[in-house]
Design a protein around this ligand. Structure first.
Ligand SMILES: *Cc1c(COP(=O)(O)O)cnc(C)c1O
Length: 387
């Protein structure tokens, strides 16, 4: 173990990027545009709940930003993922391939359906699902049938694959999409962290059947709580909207419902905030990319730290900047020193296969996930615009 102030040069540098702050949070929202105006307008209209002009406007903005034909607003990113998996046809007893290093919501959404998550390894460069590990898993365990792919070991249908663009760094999504197509597995992208991130010029979330986003308080743009599903498939978009609004059959006064539905529609009040935030998305992303560039240059001179950089085909939003330290002890020393000096820093999530409710789920060797989980820290990444 090193001395107590072994990382002071890094901590001082981070402080210099956020001058005049005693405490530097990991990611705080910025409300510098039309937020108050639109929220006041929503209140004045009396349409504060799940019907209102801002919800429709939010969906149109999401279509423009992502290039998807359809967008459906939801109450949060977790519900967007749950709903996307339902409309993708995932059923109780199916399997869904995802990555071991992700936020818990990815695995929870799979579990809500009664489906079984399978946790595959990530790629050390992208921090997202490894296309090679996905291919290797399917070669070893997959058996193609006319109706799709079965896992030979469990006999279950592999219904979907959910890669995640970790911290806004796009994963190898075109390769993953090609593998899913080859094996007839529905691709649902968890793009919760990657609004404003592109791969080969296309917005993340648009490479598969459906993609989902989150507008939680810590994300690049926020509306307090909110989510969205995007797709080019009209039928799935209609079904998602229907199921998220209690599956109510439209009628001037009668209450008829044709499915078990969900109260998952985004309220107009939140949508008003979301519209104002989306207007600033490009400004926020440019600002975050500028910060990432500064970190990248600084850490290129620090030999014991690797800055996690976008790949050559990727344009990341740099939602949360991530560093890899030399080992777990170095990570722990950094977390201790940064957090006790007013610089908020957090480790990666505990790997999914280590959590009690997912301990019995199938996983591959997850060697890269283990390595990254041991060494990664996130450092302050807020947009640097005065509030
Ligand atoms: C934030 C997040 C979600 C869930 O979004 P909520 O809006 O908080 O429900 C899902 N997946 C990932 C990877 C996330 O980071």
């Amino acid at each position: 173990m090193g001395q107590a102030n072994q990382y002071s040069h890094i901590i001082e540098y981070i402080k210099s990027l956020f001058p005049g702050q005693d405490f530097i949070p990991l990611h705080e929202p910025r409300f510098t545009g039309n937020e108050k105006k639109y929220v006041t307008d929503a209140i004045d209209s009396t349409f504060v709940s799940s019907v209102g002009a801002y919800v429709n406007r939010f969906e149109e903005m999401m279509q423009d930003i992502t290039g998807a034909k359809y967008a459906v607003a939801t109450v949060n990113g977790t519900s967007a993922l749950h709903m996307a998996l339902i409309v993708a046809g995932v059923k109780q007893g199916d399997e869904v391939l995802s990555q071991d290093l992700t936020f818990i919501a990815t695995a929870n959404a799979i579990s809500y359906i009664g489906a079984h998550p399978v946790f595959l390894d990530i790629d050390r460069k992208t921090l997202g699902l490894s296309a090679d590990k996905l291919e290797a898993f399917l070669q070893e365990h997959g058996q193609k049938r006319e109706t799709g792919t079965i896992n030979k070991r469990t006999g279950r249908r592999i219904a979907a694959c959910v890669p995640m663009h970790t911290y806004g760094l796009p994963c190898e999504i075109d390769k993953i999409a090609a593998i899913c197509k080859e094996w007839q597995i529905s691709l649902v992208e968890d793009a919760a962290e990657s609004l404003g991130s592109y791969y080969k010029g296309r917005h993340t979330g648009g490479f598969g059947l459906l993609g989902t986003f989150s507008f939680n308080g810590n994300k690049t743009v926020t509306c307090g709580g909110g989510g969205a599903i995007v797709t080019d498939n009209e039928q799935l978009a209609k079904l998602a909207k229907h199921l998220t609004t209690q599956a109510k059959v439209p009628h001037a006064w009668e209450f008829n419902h044709d499915h078990v539905g969900y109260n998952y529609r985004m309220p107009n009040l939140n949508a008003a905030l979301a519209c104002a935030q989306l207007e600033q998305l490009n400004t926020f992303v440019d600002n975050k990319r500028d910060l990432a560039e500064k970190y990248k240059n600084f850490f290129s001179e620090v030999k014991e730290v690797r800055f996690c950089e976008e790949g050559k085909d990727a344009r990341a939003n740099y939602w949360l900047n991530a560093l890899l330290l030399e080992n777990r002890a170095a990570r722990d020393a950094f977390l201790e020193e940064a957090n006790s000096n007013g610089v908020m820093s957090r480790p990666a999530w505990t790997l999914m296969h280590k959590l009690p409710m997912f301990r019995n789920c199938q996983h591959d060797d997850v060697t890269e996930s283990e390595l990254v989980a041991d060494r990664l820290v996130n450092v302050p990444s807020s947009v640097r615009i005065e509030r």
